[in-house]
Design a protein around this ligand. Structure first.
Ligand code: NAD
Length: 408
């Protein structure tokens, strides 16, 4: 790919100076757009990266709004059509931060145009779309391009440490994997019918929004995949006011005239079986009053247990079952030590990180994978497998919770 020399400007100082650029073009500039901007802006200043991320061009559909967002978040140029963004020869990577209905079309076109791709989760709205994306990513990898899906919760230092401890055998054989992802922003029945509540835009509801994260995280931590699921889904509020203004992320700018039908699940509960025999349970809802972003997990193995809560994301709890019972118990690991994942580049011990750091780590890991020609993780193939789990959950729920194997 062509990489013209660029002079070092003020935003290219410090650890970034002299590195070949990785010129990013991003589509969508609201919730995830802001979070990914933070990631691209910061990664090369904190970590010593092989390439220097450049916030080259931002794409949205409204010229004035995308220009304002570009100025706020530090993007050099703007586009109002993602096709024009993909055609630019001064873009190396396309970052997709739009709702799921456009992921497949943008990603496949970007890969065909020779770009690396980062795509937000869930990878797509259907298994068929995800298959086309994984196929395009595999062909593109043969041509030296990388494609990654944005399951950023793998990159919270405490969950990355949990993965390390499971891989090191600190938990022994896993018996239980218990994961919930609880939010409450839909509890108000007057909250308007934004894109997350419309199947044609979002694919599914809490299942694809929150369930996709916990399926990916559970499988990543366990180091293996689900074999099958039994599920319940429910839509508690079936009609909602139409939106009256701009919407962004989990917020909506008031209600308009009339109401519309909610066409996605409000909550999804499912159990699952891993090939090793471990049992898993999952709960995803946006109606858990008082829970704001409570991704909680607990793993129980024959040698010990781990517990994590995203609302206290600098902490990982560990019970070592090999210790004598008299003084064994869950103990808190404050995950801020320099030898914890990602922490060597940040602050002194005890000076904790936040939500946005997972996006900085995501950018860091993707830049390394691209520079080293490695398949980034999670790959589009990983995103496709999660999509198959989501489809099995929906199928099981439609069949009175019948156990439904995950298709290969
Ligand atoms: N990784 C995470 O933790 C996380 C969190 C929230 C959302 N997400 C995912 O990120 C994606 C976006 O969600 P969000 O919360 O940022 O949504 P959002 O509503 O805040 O922003 C969506 C953006 O996409 C733009 N957009 C929509 N269609 C477009 C098109 N055809 N061309 C150009 N721009 C278009 C909108 O104008 C807006 O800027 C979704 O796939 C969602 O599931 C991931």
């Amino acid at each position: 790919m062509e990489q013209p020399q660029q002079s070092a400007g003020p935003e290219e100082a410090g650890t970034e100076a002299g590195k070949p650029p990785l010129r990013v073009g991003m589509v969508g500039y609201a919730f995830m757009g802001a979070a990914h901007s933070q990631g691209w802006r910061t990664a090369g200043r904190v970590f010593d990266l092989p390439r220097r991320p450049v916030l080259a061009a931002l794409c949205g559909r409204d010229a004035a709004a995308v220009r304002a967002a570009a100025d706020r978040h530090g993007w050099a140029a703007t586009e109002t059509d993602w096709r024009a963004l993909i055609e630019r020869d001064d873009i190396d990577l396309v970052d997709i931060c739009t709702p799921g209905d456009s992921h497949a079309e943008i990603a496949v076109a970007a890969l065909s145009a020779g770009k690396h791709v980062l795509c937000e989760k869930p990878l797509a709205n259907t298994v068929e779309e995800a298959e086309a994306m994984a196929h395009a990513a595999e062909s593109a990898y043969e041509r030296g391009q990388s494609a990654m899906v944005g399951f950023n919760y793998r990159r919270v230092p405490a969950t990355a440490l949990a993965r390390r401890m499971v891989a090191e055998g600190r938990l022994g054989t896993l018996r239980h994997i218990r994961v919930t992802y609880l939010q409450d922003w839909l509890n108000d029945p007057e909250f308007p019918l934004t894109w997350r509540l419309r199947k044609e835009l979002a694919g599914s509801g809490s299942l694809g929004d929150l369930g996709a994260h916990i399926v990916d995280l559970a499988q990543h931590l366990a180091g293996e995949r689900l074999a099958g699921v039994s599920a319940l889904t429910e839509t508690f509020v079936r009609r909602r006011p139409l939106p009256g203004g701009a919407t962004s992320g989990l917020a909506a700018g008031g209600t308009g005239a009339g109401t519309g039908t909610v066409t996605v699940d409000d909550a999804a509960l499912f159990t699952g079986r891993f090939a090793s025999g471990a049992l898993a349970s999952f709960e995803a809802t946006r109606y858990a009053t008082g829970r704001k972003n409570a991704l909680r997990l607990e793993l129980n193995g024959e040698r010990g247990s781990l517990a994590f809560d995203l609302e206290r994301l600098n902490e990982l709890w560990f019970h070592d079952a090999t210790e004598p019972g008299t003084h064994a118990g869950f103990r808190r690991i404050l995950v801020t030590e320099p030898d914890h994942p990602y922490l060597d580049a940040w602050w002194p011990p005890g000076h904790g990180l936040g939500y946005e750091h997972s996006f900085v780590h995501q950018a860091r890991d993707l830049v390394h994978a691209i520079a080293e020609g490695r398949r980034p993780e999670p790959s589009f193939a990983d995103g496709l497998q999660v999509q198959r789990v989501l489809a099995a959950v929906e199928e099981s729920a439609e069949k009175n919770s019948a156990y439904t194997p995950i298709a290969d």
